[in-house]
Design a protein around this ligand. Sequence first.
Ligand code: PLP
Length: 511
Amino acid sequence: MEKINLDDVSLNMDAIEFQHAGHLLVDYITTFLQELPGKKVTTGAKPKDIQKILGNNSLPQTGGNTIDLLEETSKMLFDHSLFNGHPKFWGYITSSGAPIGALADFLAASVNANVGAFALSPMATEIEKQTIQWLAELIGYNKDCGGLFVSGGNMANFLGFLAGRRNKIDGDIRKNGLPEITIDPSQNSTGYKEKRRYTIYCAKGTHTWIHKATDLFGHGTDSIRWIDCLPDQQMNISHLKQIIKEDKQFGHKPFLVIGNAGSVSTGIIDPLTEIAAFCKSENLWFHVDGAYGAPAACLPELAENFKGLSLADSIALDPHKWLYSPLEAGCILVRDPRHLHDAFSFTPEYYNFGGNGKDAPMNFHEYGMQNSRGFRALKVWMSLKQVGRNGLTQMIRKNIELAKLLFQLAEDNDRLEAISQNLSITTFRYVPKNETNQDLNQLNETLLNRLQAGGEVFLSNAIINGNYCLRVCIVNFRTSDSDIRELVQIVLREGEKLYNEMVLTTGEKHP
Ligand SMILES: Cc1ncc(COP(=O)(O)O)c(C=O)c1O
């Protein structure tokens, strides 16, 4: 039998090899970042193209050369990715990842702290605690709040949901599951047959995380009450009050109201102060989905819009959106740390992490869903230290100014219709003359698909009052005024091209 030399197969690298490989990789990344603005945002490749490049090989039997591996893998990723760090990427809500964040991830992975317990990650645990406190300070929330890092906005919202449910639904839900709702006989006499539920309230247009939460945590999506919006798209408080009143009359048990601090499609901030006051009077948990917009609460000029944020029982943040952190980094803040502890803590006998006493350690596994946890907080902590409150404020303000500039340019152009602008999201559409609304929807949808596949710019879409709109969300520290002006020219050029093609095909329309 062939004798295997363990030195040849070990994942370990000696100092010289690691240093050489690391320097090479940093060189590759440096060139990639320098060349980024000149690249296409995406290649528009189809899955089959990518699978071909990757190769349909089975698991390698033996290993290969480390330096070759780094070079090949870097090239594959640099040549065949969508770059959300490109100055002209404004799709969905994914930010340009800060380079300091990439370095922080490298550092975090190298130390490989398990931030589930203080004993396993002394410095990392304290840095995560401090980052939570700084984020609370940044957005004007209670500095003594609890919280922890999670993978993203969905998970952060789930934790707010579960903390609220634990706190507002009577009985030992963790042991017994959701309690049955017993109905007052007078309510049965109404002939109302629907199952009584623990109900949740949010504005139409709330992100789809709420579907997953109600499904996964046993409520069912029918427990969501979609509250109407006012013409400006904010939650209609009168409707909220009316629906809660009716639900209570029928024996449902409302427990949670969600306010948006920057809705996913258009960046709307709900009337947070009014929702907070109503929740207090009704003993309901007030959770704010600030995954996109909450960081903008650091701008003094937006203080009025975000005033009620500080009154929330819990707030979901998502540093991989408007805090420019590389994926993944989400974060939940909860006014009183005990509410997370009550919802998640178990202490099995095989954990020897300590817990009581004056100088009790923070064991994050007791505050969330994960057990072993990576050090996501480091990239956020390092970027906060790199630029401070002032730097962040300036970048966020600049993104909002660019969204306003785009709105203005669309308003000033008779081939574009400016639809909305809130925070750093602008929606608009291409409008050739003499078009019906239906044609416009089709035209703009095809236009978006073309723009996305073309790779010069990357936008996404929003449907507003039945209108298919182009949507630009700027959470990007690389975007400049000239990128926005170029975007307008590209949309006009491609819009006209597409329209002319449609005219040729149907032979009916008049430019
Ligand atoms: C308002 C809002 N909430 C939640 C989410 C979900 O965040 P993630 O994709 O990080 O899970 C998003 C994502 O765009 C969002 O915009």
